[in-house]
Design a protein around this ligand. Structure first.
Ligand code: TYM
Length: 345
């Protein structure tokens, strides 16, 4: 199922930005994997990356609320703070110190090639924050601050993870093997991407990723949407006038259709082929009804739990602070070793 590395996973790390609401792409591409992996990993660590969010301007009150909203949503999705370490990035300053040290290892040319920076800065590159450019190195530091073997993410993060591996390897080329050559201090981690759900596209345009920043609410299913909103969005989701595809061939060049089938397969834990066999050749209406009902069944309990958990702000802050303490206990001795290897006092 997962592109899992051969040794068992000791430590997984992943992150998510607290700007905007958790959406179906985040859930199917990343968070659903986190929930499964937390039961199969000795040290699962999940981080609400508020420093990353600041690479574009955020309203301070909305950012603070967004961190707590997201914490409630992640718990509601099934992240168990007894099993997993869940914390906001800004409560562990080890990430920024390591990011600075790795800024001096990463090459300007490597970071310049990051397509996400090019997409996000667009024509306004001169006015983009320096943080937006350096972001992938902070992401590498997030991961390498821990003995991370695997990073469960959606497909859009692959390039950042390749950079993370390059940085880890270059660090050891420059500063030696660390404690053991067989197990380097900074471990090049595996990218864990699911076969379905890894790239959920907009409901309005199958060539665009489903994203928090899409101005059209109809392009996205939020994990806070109520039942009627979900049904309406799916009913209006773009398809085409051809019948339901029967084979991969008849799905070609139909990105909106492929996306809806992919979402249904991911929700039901089925293969694309078995979904095609179920609805082959027919009209889209019954498929859309089944898809909407699967979404409602998945999202309704998550939505209800999110509201209940969000009501106790003090408990959320306590849980996040506790998580940050547990994270720091792991990163601190590692950072001390990095400092020493680089020749700092
Ligand atoms: P972010 O906040 O954009 O997204 C969080 C996770 O959701 C996945 N995702 C999607 N998956 C499938 N289809 C989509 N349409 C979709 N949209 C988002 C993302 O792939 C991601 O896994 N740079 C990261 C956050 C980060 C991080 C890290 C991740 C910071 N440090 C360290 C892993 C490890 C980001 O902006 O994700």
């Amino acid at each position: 199922m997962l592109e899992t590395p051969s040794p068992p996973l000791q430590c997984v790390f992943s992150g998510i930005q607290p700007s905007g609401t958790l959406h179906l792409g985040n859930y199917l591409g990343a968070v659903a994997q986190w929930v499964t992996l937390q039961h199969r990993t000795a040290t699962p660590i999940f981080c609400i990356v508020d420093w990353h969010a600041l690479t574009v301007w955020q309203d301070p009150a909305a950012l603070r609320a967004g961190v707590l909203d997201l914490a409630a949503s992640l718990l509601a999705c099934g992240i168990d703070p007894q099993k997993s370490i869940l914390f906001p990035q800004s409560l562990n300053p080890d990430h920024v110190e390591l990011a600075w040290l790795l800024n001096c290892v990463a090459r300007f040319g490597w970071v310049s090639r990051m397509t996400q920076f090019k997409e996000k800065s667009g024509k306004n590159r001169e006015q983009a924050s320096l943080g937006l450019f350096a972001y992938p190195v902070l992401m590498a530091a997030d991961i390498l601050a821990y003995p991370t073997n695997g990073v469960p993410v959606g497909d859009d993060q692959r390039q950042h993870l390749e950079l993370t591996r390059e940085i880890a390897i270059r660090f050891h080329d420059q500063y030696g093997g660390g404690d053991s050559v067989a197990e380097p201090l900074l471990i090049p981690p595996a990218t864990l991407v699911l076969p379905t759900g890894a790239r959920v596209m907009s409901l309005r345009d199958g060539n665009k990723k489903m994203s928090k920043s899409d101005p059209s609410d109809a392009a996205r299913i939020d994990m806070t949407d109520d039942d009627d909103t979900i049904r309406r969005k799916i009913q209006r989701a773009r398809t085409d006038s051809l019948p339901f595809p029967e084979t991969a061939m008849t799905m070609q060049d139909r990105p909106e259709v492929a996306n809806l089938i992919g979402i249904y397969a991911a929700l039901r834990g089925e293969s694309i082929e078995s979904v095609m066999a179920e609805f082959a050749g027919g009209p889209f209406a019954p498929f859309k009804e089944a898809l909407a009902e699967s979404l409602v069944e998945t999202i309704r309990p998550i939505r209800t739990r999110t509201v209940a958990l969000r009501a106790d702000e003090a408990a959320l802050v306590r849980m996040l602070t506790d998580g940050a303490g547990r994270a720091r206990a792991i990163s601190q001795p590692r950072l001390a070793r990095v400092r020493q290897m680089m020749g700092l006092l």
